[in-house]
Design a protein. Structure first.
Length: 196
């Protein structure tokens, strides 16, 4: 990065520390494509790469008052992205076992088996699914479903568009449906293996 670019970043970061949304948008436009390509080159998943990128900038906005304009902002940004990518990789590994169960042509869950599942366990598992979401998507979902914020309120609070909020909520609901299906499949296999 040239000295002129560094000086420009310093000026933008100084304004960002004061809560300037225009400065935030400038940084987003400048670094978003690079950060997305970085995440995609590791995850090979466009949707996840978008999530990671949004999570990075959400974190930058949340931590804006702690940013040091004198330090290398790009390095700071990539450190955040790398940590989020690592967490996402770990999450995918944790979920792999359940995915393999689904791919093993597990039998369809009967109503009788489904009725034996304690609702508390379902709620607990749902909570775990939400906890494993990328930070940006998790925050959007919690603000919407737990606190009842409108898409517009969430967009204003997080400095993103309403369309982004709508997209993230849709992806989260799809992710929850998929993982709850995997959970029920695993429960069915457990009951069947124990002759229940």
């Amino acid at each position: 990065m040239s000295n002129s670019n560094i000086d420009i970043d310093k000026a933008i970061l100084t304004r960002l520390k004061e809560g300037c949304r225009e400065s935030f948008e400038q940084l987003f436009r400048k670094y978003n494509p690079k950060l997305y390509n970085f995440a995609y080159s590791i995850l090979f998943d466009k949707s996840l790469a978008e999530d990671i990128t949004q999570s990075c900038f959400l974190k930058i906005w949340e931590l804006r008052s702690h940013i040091d304009p004198e330090k290398n902002f790009q390095a700071y940004l990539y450190t955040i992205a790398r940590n989020l990518v690592y967490k996402e990789t770990e999450r995918k590994i944790r979920m792999k076992k359940v995915v393999l169960l689904e791919e093993s042509n597990a039998p369809v869950i009967s109503d009788e088996i489904t009725e034996q599942i304690d609702a508390d366990f379902c709620r607990s598992y749902l909570h775990k699914i939400v906890e494993q979401l990328p930070p940006a998507r998790q925050k959007i979902f919690i603000l919407s479903r737990k606190y009842g914020f409108s898409y517009k309120d969430i967009a204003d609070q997080l400095a993103i568009s309403e369309k982004t909020v709508e997209t993230q909520i849709s992806r989260t609901l799809s992710h929850i449906r998929k993982n709850m299906k995997e959970y029920l499949t695993a429960i069915a296999l457990y009951f069947l293996s124990n002759n229940l």
